[in-house]
Design a binder for this molecule. Structure first.
Ligand code: FAD
Ligand code: MLT
Ligand code: ZN
Length: 464
């Protein structure tokens, strides 16, 4: 009687599986080391057919599968549980750019294609894949779609969801759903592909994607701005959107404390200002490299009191240096130690109210807590993270963390926002999903899960 393990090894062949503990180690925990699991075997299939055969075999035995891309997720969604009976299915060997259709402004990639590689392939064809996040050198397109990744350019181009034209997905019984069309218009029944965007591996395993591309925006002008308050950042965004005819690619808000962590923990990181400002905004603008356009817009905004200082990058190297400061925040935050990460979003028109009331709320909840706030305010998403006193015991941190998080999420909910803007739910935020999306929304999600994965073998214990 061939055991399931023997069957799975036969499907992927000698280079396509591992039970070696050293090899498995980085696949059993996640980026921040909060979640840790065990696995029966890690499988690295080379094709959709192999993924289909794996799922078919696991479905027959009722063995759960945890799809894994770059394992850069922030909610423990790609980490197996501690039973040792789940299979980790890594998409990394399915990493080809299948084609770039420049005329159609689309490209087709395997799910395991690294985001940066997909960006490069589009650029080589004179096109632009605007999805951009700090983990782009490691994360994979399948994981980006499964988490509906956001990142730096959402304000202008939308999240991963807006870039998906078609998907190929292996369903919970091994069926291959091929919806890999690259059409802008296709209204033929339900838009099935969208079910899998943001489903975090719980409804199907994405094996390929057709993505929307844009004209290359050309040379960008990058500037780091000193501003007096986070509330002014929202006014500044509106002002520059008009002044620059909405050619703002990225608009990132960072508090002085956050950049203080970066200069403290990240080698050779320094800000290009002589003095410190309470808040900073990092912007990329598609002005075709004409710094004068940006300079005029910033001068006018400064005259209106919306900013107090500005450094415009003179060349790509300076621009890259400014972005390195931004992309180093997660690592600096991780080195600084535990933080309550609140990946929240509110309507832009409520952001100033959130910022003002958020500070008041936090002071009421824990006057000794430290706010570590930064993020994509250009699309209403803020990483409103909180550091509690380091001398709290783990149980105190857990209890206090829940109380503080609830206080912040209640405010977000009151302002019509979301407790989970771009990182997804994973295993970290399941209880918050129940609390803030309970009722008909959650019930329909549960019905969908039951319909698409009746045996609950796709990433059980995640999301719902
Ligand atoms: P993984 O972590 O491997 O998996 C994530 C989830 O998707 C899991 O539930 C997994 O089971 C599922 N999954 C993976 N591949 C597939 C597949 N092929 N089919 C079905 N399910 C699958 N996120 C943002 O949105 N914006 C940011 O700005 C951002 N910046 C980051 C910066 C840093 C330094 C780091 C470490 C992370 C950052 N992230 C950000 C979080 C993370 O990079 C994204 O969530 C990313 O999309 C995860 O991709 P991945 O390939 O690593 O997925
Ligand atoms: C970011 O915006 O840098 C990412 O979402 C990662 C994080 O929140 O740490
Ligand atoms: Zn982010």
């Amino acid at each position: 009687m061939t055991t399931l393990l023997e069957r799975l090894k036969a499907i992927v062949g000698p280079g396509g599986w591992s039970t070696d503990s050293a090899d498995l180690e980085p696949h059993l925990t996640e980026w921040r080391g909060i979640y840790r699991g065990r696995t029966l075997v890690r499988l690295m299939p080379r094709s959709t057919d192999e993924v289909s055969a794996i799922v078919t075999a696991c479905a027959e035995e009722g063995v759960a599968i945890v799809p894994q891309g770059g394992n850069t997720g922030m909610c423990g969604g790609a980490v197996p549980d501690t039973s040792g009976r789940q299979v980790v299915l890594s998409l990394g060997r399915m990493n080809r750019v299948r084609n770039v259709d420049a005329l159609n402004f689309s490209m087709e990639v395997d799910a395991g294609c690294i985001l940066a590689h997909a960006q490069d392939a589009a650029k080589q064809a004179g096109r632009y894949l605007p999805l951009s996040i700090g983990a782009e050198g490691t994360c994979q397109i399948g994981g980006n779609i499964a988490t509906n990744a956001g990142g730096m350019n959402v304000g202008r181009y939308g999240t991963a969801r807006a870039l998906v034209l078609g998907l190929e997905v292996v369903l919970a019984d091994g069926t291959v759903l091929n919806s890999l069309r690259s059409l802008r218009k296709d209204t033929a029944g339900y838009d099935l592909k969208q079910l899998f965007v943001g489903s975090e591996g719980t409804l199907g395993i994405i094996t390929a994607a057709s993505l929307r591309l844009f004209p290359d925006p050309g040379a960008l002008s990058t500037a780091l701005l000193g501003i007096e308050s986070a509330g002014k950042a929202v006014d500044l965004l509106g002002n520059l959107k008009v002044a620059l005819d909405d050619r703002i690619e990225s608009f990132e808000l960072v508090s002085q404390r956050v950049f203080g962590l970066v200069t403290r923990f990240i080698a050779d990181a320094s800000l290009p200002f002589q003095i410190e400002y309470p808040w900073y905004v990092l912007i990329d603008t598609a002005t075709g490299g004409d710094e004068q356009v940006l300079e005029n817009a910033l001068a006018a905004a400064a005259a209106s009191g919306l900013l107090v200082d500005a450094v415009i990058a003179k060349n790509d190297r300076e621009a890259a240096e400014l972005w390195r400061l931004r992309h180093s925040i997660s690592e600096a935050e991780r080195q600084d130690g535990k933080a309550l990460k609140h990946d929240i979003s509110v309507p832009l028109s409520r952001m100033q109210e959130f910022l003002a009331r958020g500070d008041e709320r936090l002071a009421e909840l824990r006057a000794d807590a430290k706010l570590v706030a930064f993020g994509h305010v250009g699309d209403g998403n803020l990483h409103y993270n909180v550091v509690l006193p380091r001398d709290l015991s783990d149980p105190e941190w857990a209890a206090e963390g829940e109380r503080v998080s609830r206080g912040i999420y209640d405010l977000v909910q009151e302002l019509g926002g979301s407790f989970s803007a771009e990182h997804g739910v994973g295993q970290a935020k399941r209880s918050w999903l129940r609390e803030y999306r309970g009722g008909p929304e959650l019930e329909l999600m549960q019905q969908l899960k039951k319909t698409l994965d009746p045996s609950n073998i796709l990433n059980p214990g995640k999301v719902i």
